[in-house]
Design a protein around this ligand. Structure first.
Ligand code: NOJ
Length: 561
C-alpha cells in the first residue's frame, strides 16, 4: 500500500478570488414539489408543504433551492407540460402560496430558482388549442411546429425524428373537416408540442414570463431543455444517436439539439436579467455530450451555470472521475464560468442505486422489479463517498431531494403505479423515472412517513423507508443526513466552492486532490490504501478502521500533518 504523495501537486483549477455572485459556489437543493411535503392531504406535495419545511434546508446547510414546475398543467409529464406560465396549479397551491414561499425562503437566507420550460407547452395551453382550431398556414399554427406529412396523402411524419420518451416525435392532427391533416412536432410527449422559437411572439411572451417571476422575487431560472429550442430549418432526417446529443456519422449535429440559434435567446435573457435589480441567474439544462459545447451556454453574456451531466454519468472509477473533473474545470474555466457538479435529479436513477450496479453508474433508464437489482449497501457506500468527493470540488453543487437521506431508487414499483410517459411510450421497455420521484420520508412513524398527514402518497413508498426518515437520522452519528450536514458545514467554512484544485499523486484507484489546505482521497478500488501519516481526518464517508488506511469505496477529507 502506498499513500498519496502530497508534494507533487499539479494545478488543475486556480482559486476563485473575487467576491463574485452567490451562485459561483452555491449548493442548490432541488425540490420536486409533487414529492417533498404535502400540506393539504391529497397525496401530492404542494407549495405550503414546502414552505412549512424550509427550515430543513437551513439545518442541512444549503444556499438555494430549485423548484421543479408548479404551474398550471394537466400533469402529462409531471408538470413539465405547462398550460399557463404565470400561475400556480391548484394541485400545488396559489400565487399567494408562491409569494409566501419566496418570502419565507428569503427570510431564512435561501435563494429560490424556479423552472422555466420554453421548448414546449402543454397541449392544453390556449395557444395550442387555438392552433388546433385553426387551419394549416394560420398565424395560430405558426407558434408551433406544424408541417405537412410525407407520402402521397401526407400519411408519413415530416421527419424520422424520435421522441425522447419513445415513439415518433410527430403527431398527426384531425382538421376541422374531419380529415387527417398536418403533423406537429413534440420532442417529448405528444401532449408537449414544441414551440416555434423563430416566432417573435413566442420570444416576447417568454421574456414577459421571465419578468413576471423576476418581479415576484425569484433568484433565477433553471431552463428546461436549453439546447432544444431552435431546430434546423431544413429539418433533415437524423441518423445519429437517439438521446445523447452528439453528431451523426457525417459530423452533423442533431437537427433539434444544440443548434447555434439558441445562444442569441440566452443572450437576450441575460440582458433582461441584468436590467433587474439583484443577483439573478440562469441555469442551463443542456444534455449535450461535449463539455466544450456545454460551456458555450455559459459564456460571459449567456447563462450563469449549466448542469454538468458528464459528471453525473461518470462511473465510480478513479480514472474516469479524474478525467471528467479535469475536463469540466478546463472547459468552464475557459469561459470564466463556475463548474457545477451533480449526481442525482428527478430524471435519473438515484445515485445510491446507480452506483450499486455492476457498471457503477452511467446512463440508465429506470429499474423495474424484473431487472437485476442494484447492490443496496455497496450503492449507498459509494454514494456517500461520491457525494463527499463532489462537495470538495470547486464550483457549485446540486443536490436532489432525499439524497441527503441516502434514499435509493424505488426499484420494485408496480407497473400500474408508474406515471412517467416514458414507460407508456416505450411499451414498458423503459421503466422510466418514477423510481426517483417517490415522496420523501420525514418521520419513521408517521403516515406516509410524514409526507402527508392523510397518509396518501401519489407513488407508493417502499416499506423499508422508515429507516431513511429524517427523524430517524437527525442527530445520529454516521447517518447519511449527518454526513451531508457535516460536509456542507466544512465546505462553507473552508470556502471549498471557491478553492483551487490540484491533483496529488496516489494509487491508480484513488482520486487524490488538494483544495486549499484540504486533502481529499476517494478510494474507488477494492483494496484499502494508506492515509498520509499524521494527517487529521476531518470527515470520512464511512467509519475508518483506525489502522491508518482508507477502505474501499470511502472518501476522506484530511488536513496533512
Ligand atoms: C427535462 C426535465 O427535467 C424532464 O423531467 C422533462 O420530462 C423534460 N425536460 C421535458 O420537459
Amino acid at each position: 500500500m502506498t499513500g498519496p504523495q502530497t508534494t507533487e501537486a499539479r494545478l488543475v483549477h486556480p482559486a476563485d478570488p473575487g467576491p463574485g455572485s452567490w451562485h459561483r459556489d452555491a449548493v442548490i437543493y432541488q425540490i420536486y414539489p409533487r414529492s417533498w411535503a404535502d400540506a393539504d392531504g391529497d397525496g401530492v406535495g404542494d407549495l405550503p408543504g414546502i414552505t412549512a419545511r424550509l427550515e430543513h434546508l437551513v439545518e442541512l446547510g444549503v444556499d438555494a433551492v430549485w423548484l421543479s414546475p408548479f404551474y398550471p398543467s394537466p400533469q402529462a409529464d409531471a408538470g413539465y407540460d405547462i398550460s399557463d406560465h404565470r400561475d400556480v396549479d391548484p394541485l400545488f397551491g396559489s400565487l399567494a402560496d408562491a409569494d409566501a414561499l419566496l418570502a419565507r425562503a428569503h427570510e431564512l437566507g435561501l435563494k429560490v430558482i424556479v423552472d422555466l420550460v420554453p421548448n414546449h407547452t402543454s397541449d392544453e395551453h390556449p395557444w395550442f388549442a387555438a392552433a388546433l382550431a385553426s387551419p394549416p398556414g394560420s398565424p395560430e399554427r405558426a407558434r408551433y411546429v406544424f408541417r405537412d406529412g410525407r407520402g402521397h396523402g401526407g400519411e408519413l411524419p415530416p421527419t424520422n425524428w424520435s421522441s425522447a420518451f419513445g415513439g415518433a416525435a410527430w403527431t398527426r392532427v384531425v382538421e376541422a373537416d374531419g380529415r387527417p391533416g398536418q403533423w406537429y412536432l413534440h420532442v417529448f410527449d405528444r401532449r408537449q408540442p414544441d414551440l416555434n422559437w423563430d416566432h417573435p411572439e413566442v420570444r416576447a411572451d417568454f421574456e414577459d414570463v421571465l419578468r413576471f417571476w423576476l418581479d415576484r422575487g425569484v433568484d433565477g431560472f433553471r431552463v428546461d431543455v436549453a439546447s432544444g429550442l431552435v431546430k434546423d430549418p431544413a429539418m433533415p432526417d437524423w441518423h445519429g444517436p437517439l438521446r445523447v446529443q452528439g453528431v451523426d456519422a457525417d459530423g452533423r449535429p442533431h437537427p433539434a439539439r444544440d443548434q447555434e440559434g439558441v445562444h442569441e435567446i440566452y443572450r437576450a435573457w441575460r440582458r433582461l436579467l441584468e436590467e433587474h435589480p439583484g443577483d439573478r441567474v440562469l441555469v442551463a439544462e443542456a444534455w449535450v455530450a461535449d463539455l466544450d459545447r456545454v460551456a458555450r451556454y455559459v459564456r460571459p453574456d449567456e447563462m450563469h451555470q449549466a448542469f454538468n451531466f458528464a459528471y453525473l454519468l461518470t462511473p465510480w472509477r478513479a480514472a474516469d472521475l479524474r478525467q471528467t473533473v479535469a475536463e469540466s474545470l478546463r472547459a468552464n474555466d475557459a469561459v470564466g464560468a463556475p463548474t457545477t457538479w451533480v449526481l442525482s435529479n428527478h430524471d435519473v436513477v438515484r445515485h445510491a442505486s446507480r452506483l450499486g450496479t455492476p457498471a457503477r453508474g452511467g446512463r440508465m433508464t429506470g429499474i423495474g422489479a424484473d431487472d437485476p437489482q442494484p447492490d443496496g449497501p455497496a450503492g449507498l457506500r459509494r454514494a456517500r463517498a461520491a457525494t463527499l468527493l463532489m462537495l470538495a470540488l470547486p464550483g457549485a453543487a446540486y443536490l436532489y431531494q432525499g439524497e441527503e437521506l441516502g434514499l435509493p431508487e424505488h426499484t420494485t414499483l408496480p407497473d400500474e403505479a408508474r406515471q412517467d410517459p416514458t414507460f407508456v411510450r416505450t411499451g414498458g421497455t423503459e421503466k422510466g423515472r418514477d423510481g426517483a420521484r417517490v415522496p420523501i420520508p420525514w418521520e419513521a412513524g408517521g403516515p406516509s412517513y410524514g409526507f402527508s398527514a392523510s397518509g396518501r402518497s401519489w407513488l407508493p413508498q417502499p416499506r423499508e423507508w422508515a429507516r431513511y426518515a429524517v427523524d430517524a437520522q437527525r442527530g445520529v452519528p454516521g447517518s447519511t443526513y449527518e454526513l451531508y450536514r457535516a460536509a456542507l458545514r466544512l465546505r462553507r467554512g473552508r470556502h471549498l466552492g471557491r478553492g483551487d484544485l490540484r491533483w496529488l499523486d496516489a494509487p491508480e484507484d484513488v482520486v487524490a486532490l488538494g483544495n486549499g489546505d484540504l486533502v481529499v482521497l476517494a478510494n474507488t478500488g477494492e483494496q484499502p490504501v494508506a492515509l498520509p501519516g499524521g494527517a487529521e481526518v476531518l470527515l470520512a464517508s464511512d467509519d475508518l478502521p483506525g489502522d491508518g488506511t482508507l477502505p474501499p469505496d470511502t472518501t476522506a477529507w484530511l488536513v496533512p500533518a
